[in-house]
Design a protein around this ligand. Structure first.
Ligand SMILES: [Zn+2]
Length: 127
């Protein structure tokens, strides 16, 4: 049994309205707010480092994509920029590695593009 909050009349727990004054019973009492509960701290997100990793991955990809200069050149430049942006992050070594890989990828892509252009110009591509 419970009492109507307005008029105090007793009702069955299943009653939806007070038979005396018509007050609506909103079902169960509001769930108690857990106080002093454990609040998980936000995950220790590394400040920076994401771009260094991206630079490293892009560097590897640009090395694999060197045979496609139209992909390798923009890819390696992107990785180079990301690596430089993250040089001051805790993952500096990774950024440097990414920069090195991207530089290499850019170099190889440029050589390949120059070679391709040269061979295309001289008609030696399909010989
Ligand atoms: Zn009532």
């Amino acid at each position: 049994m419970r009492n109507c909050p307005s008029c105090g009349r007793e009702h069955a727990d299943s009653a939806a309205f007070c038979a005396g004054c018509g007050t609506r019973f909103d079902g169960a009492a509001p769930a108690p707010v857990p106080s002093g509960g454990y609040v998980a701290p936000p995950p220790a997100s590394p400040s920076g480092g994401g771009k260094a990793l991206a630079s490293l991955i892009i560097g590897i990809a640009s090395l694999l994509a060197w045979c496609l200069p139209c992909v390798g050149i923009p890819l390696s430049i992107t990785g180079l920029v990301l690596g430089i942006l993250d040089l001051k992050s805790p993952k500096r070594g990774m950024a440097i590695a990414g920069i090195a890989l991207c530089s290499l990828g850019l170099l190889v892509s440029l050589v390949n593009a120059a070679l391709g252009a040269y061979m295309g110009a001289t008609g030696q591509l399909f010989k």
